[in-house]
Design a protein. Structure first.
Length: 196
């Protein structure tokens, strides 16, 4: 009976750790979209009253603004301005660097090793992990996710020789973890030799 209670508790906790981040992310995204639409309401209010697609026009304006921002960032001055904004403002916001790193990995546009898939040596085993940070002395901070909930896990600081980067997309590594390790052969095949 005690074992059943323990299994129920850990299963429920694992489910909460999957559902809660998804729910919070969805709520934050919905709130952000509603905020953008509210900011654009003075513009869309100028549209003819018989036009029923005001929200669609507002979304199109947001997409256009994002596109223009992307074009500006591709220029030298725009990239420098973005770097200054990141360094002095955005990186001080809790969670910004994490979200930026994850978004970069998911879209395949990551610029650094943040959340790079890896296999790390823990005791006598290779364990799927993600590189969080590389230290000046060569060690890595890695996040070892729980199976099958990659949003929860443990953080380790490991020597460089125990961290083997894997040349697979972030989404493939997450898929292996969420499928109880099915597909691990792809991670092993893509494992880089240890860094010197």
């Amino acid at each position: 009976m005690r074992r059943l209670a323990e299994i129920t508790k850990t299963t429920l906790l694992g489910g909460v750790l999957v559902v809660l981040p998804l729910w919070v992310s969805t709520l934050l995204l919905a709130k952000a979209v509603m905020g953008m639409l509210a900011l654009l309401s003075p513009v869309t209010a100028q549209l003819p009253a018989e036009m029923h697609l005001r929200r669609l026009v507002a979304v199109a304006i947001v997409v256009l603004i994002c596109f223009v921002a992307g074009v500006v960032v591709r220029t030298g001055p725009g990239l420098r301005a973005k770097s200054v904004l990141d360094r002095y403002l955005l990186e001080r916001i809790p969670g910004y660097t994490l979200i930026r790193g994850l978004a970069g990995r998911i879209t395949g546009q990551a610029e650094d090793a943040t959340f790079a898939p890896a296999l790390v040596e823990i005791e006598d085993a290779l364990v799927p992990a993600f590189v969080v940070e590389e230290h000046p002395d060569g060690r890595y901070t890695v996040f070892v996710p729980s199976v099958p909930t990659p949003a929860a896990g443990t953080v380790y600081i490991l020597e460089r020789a125990r961290v083997h980067l894997v040349d697979v997309p972030f989404t493939k590594a997450v898929s292996v973890i969420s499928k109880w390790g099915a597909g691990s052969r792809d991670l092993l095949a893509a494992m880089r030799p240890p860094a010197a």
